[in-house]
Design a protein around this ligand. Structure first.
Ligand code: UDX
Ligand code: UDX
Length: 464
């Protein structure tokens, strides 16, 4: 039964990168709601109850501390949570399916379907179900179908409320979002459920940023938003290859085109490739959807965004190999950064994973350094055992190295003592800046052979 002290009971299933921060923000902004976050992972729930949260997100701990045990609770008791909830957010993970039909492209919905069945089994009252995970279009309809198979005559209204929070800025994105998308059926009960969600967000977000739409538009908009963002990165990365050859500078090109207000200046930073749990997965979902409907040209168009990203990994390793006299076997290469971007410990789909695999295939001696992501890197690369060295301290990682490669744009890498690093490296000392983070002219003056991204290299000797 709903707790009398509170207006409504909100439950979130899945205490990960999305569920945890989202519910912490709602709890913080809406003391009138009781929020419970459940997860099957006992260790994760235990960590949410301490000050060592299971995820690193700037500003998150303060907000959790303000609300925890007042109106924000963490638990492993999924059934109890479901029973008591009026509104259930679902934030379980939906990785790309790695088996059977649609393998490598479509979403693996087994956790999501299990969650739907748990809700059906346990519920004793009507509920609003909020899809917070990114899901393939039409999932909400499928979910409703599962939920309507019960014999308890309960009403489940499924709403799509996709997350647009980027890791590292999740709390800011949640507090001041560009927009919140709320999709529902346009029936009377659908509109009522939609309005309940609008009421929650309206506690801190201006109404004109709360966009309501039909279910399908909301689900599709999430996939399309991520695909467009990734498309910009692949576009500029494709141009980075050309810039390196024709004496152009990709940063200058990006600046010049970004100043055109029709294009805009965001997501135009050339890089070793985009990563993160969403971009690749969401594009591939879009591709799979188009293929299913026979839109093969549309599917191929979007799939190329991912192919261009793979090419950027390959190209980066090719640049390293070619610069280092066409062999890196046995050479110590220090990778500075393993997280898929700065300010997160998350390594899902990080370009660093693919680059490490390619360097290992060339028999390089890879050393990985990162201020937050070493633990995850070890998991990602467990198959290599002791063949890979891990050093949180970048100086130790670079000591004796033939090359240093910047893979994540951590601020701390800007201010390292590159003279000291140079002195401790094998010569010629190579530096490959996969994020264009460093002062390349200065590095060149120290003595490095400098390979920026999307700019011609600065080298002391003629390439062979
Ligand atoms: C989210 C979204 O759900 C995904 O669709 C989106 O595209 C990326 O972000 P995220 O929060 O990053 O996923 O995933 P993760 O940090 O792995 O958290 C999911 C949690 O759900 C995990 O803690 C997992 O233990 C939990 N879970 C999973 C359950 O509690 N029950 C299950 O049946 C499955
Ligand atoms: C993204 C979306 O931004 C967010 O709205 C969605 O909900 C989840 O997916 P996130 O994965 O946290 O968020 O990271 P984001 O900041 O978008 O960066 C994704 C990747 O693109 C990173 O690897 C980043 O380094 C790379 N990137 C980003 C570039 O290479 N160049 C850029 O200009 C911007």
């Amino acid at each position: 039964m709903p707790d009398k002290k509170f207006k409504k009971n909100l439950l979130c299933i899945g205490a990960g990168y999305v569920g945890g921060p989202t519910m912490a923000m709602i709890a913080y902004k809406c003391p009138q709601y009781k929020i419970t976050v459940v997860d099957v992972d006992k260790d994760k729930i235990a960590a949410w109850q301490t000050d060592q949260l299971p995820i690193y997100e700037p500003g998150l701990l303060d907000i959790v501390k303000t609300a925890r045990d007042k109106n924000l609770f963490f638990s492993t008791n999924v059934d109890k949570g479901i029973k008591e909830a009026d509104i259930i957010f679902i934030s379980v993970n939906t990785p790309t399916k790695m088996f059977g039909e649609g393998a490598g492209k479509s979403a693996d919905l087994q956790y999501w379907e299990k969650t739907a069945r748990d809700i059906l089994r346990v519920s004793e009252s009507d509920k609003i179900i909020v899809e917070r995970s990114t899901l393939p279009v039409k999932t909400a309809i499928a979910m409703e179908r599962i939920l309507s198979t019960g014999d308890k005559a309960l009403n489940f209204e499924v709403i799509s409320n996709p997350e647009f929070l980027a890791e590292g800025t999740a709390m800011k994105d949640l507090e001041k979002p560009d927009r919140v998308l709320i999709g529902s059926k346009e029936t009377e009960s659908g509109m009522k459920a939609r309005n309940e969600l609008v009421e929650i967000y309206a506690n801190w977000i201006p109404r004109d940023r709360l966009i309501t739409s039909n279910l399908m538009s909301s689900e599709l908009s999430k996939l399309v938003a991520n695909s467009f963002l990734a498309q910009r990165i692949s576009s500029i990365n494709s141009i980075s290859a050309l810039c390196e050859i024709v004496d152009a500078n990709v940063t200058e090109v990006a600046n010049a085109i970004g100043k055109d207000s029709r294009i805009g200046d965001k997501f135009l930073k050339a890089s070793v490739g985009f990563g993160g749990s969403c971009f690749k997965k969401d594009i591939l979902n879009l591709v799979y959807l188009c293929e299913q409907f026979g839109l093969y040209e549309v599917a191929a168009y979007w799939e190329y965004i991912v192919k261009m990203n793979d090419y950027q990994h390959t190209r980066f390793v090719q640049t390293i190999t070619r610069a280092m006299f066409n062999t890196i076997a046995g050479k110590r290469i220090a990778l500075l950064g393993f997280a898929f971007k700065a300010n997160t410990s998350d390594t899902r789909e990080s370009a660093a994973i693919y680059i490490t695999q390619k360097l290992m295939a060339e028999k390089a001696k890879v050393v990985i350094s990162d201020p937050k992501a070493i633990k995850n890197a070890r998991k990602d690369l467990k198959d290599y055992g002791n063949d890979i060295e891990y050093q949180e301290d970048p100086y130790k990682a670079a000591k004796g190295a033939h090359a240093v490669a910047i893979l994540t744009e951590w601020d701390l890498y800007k201010d390292l003592d590159y003279e000291k690093i140079y002195n401790d490296m094998e010569k010629p000392a190579f530096i490959f800046d996969g994020r264009n983070l460093l002062d390349h002219a200065k590095l060149f003056d120290i003595g490095y052979e400098v390979y920026p991204l999307g700019k011609p290299p600065l080298i002391h000797f003629k390439e062979v």
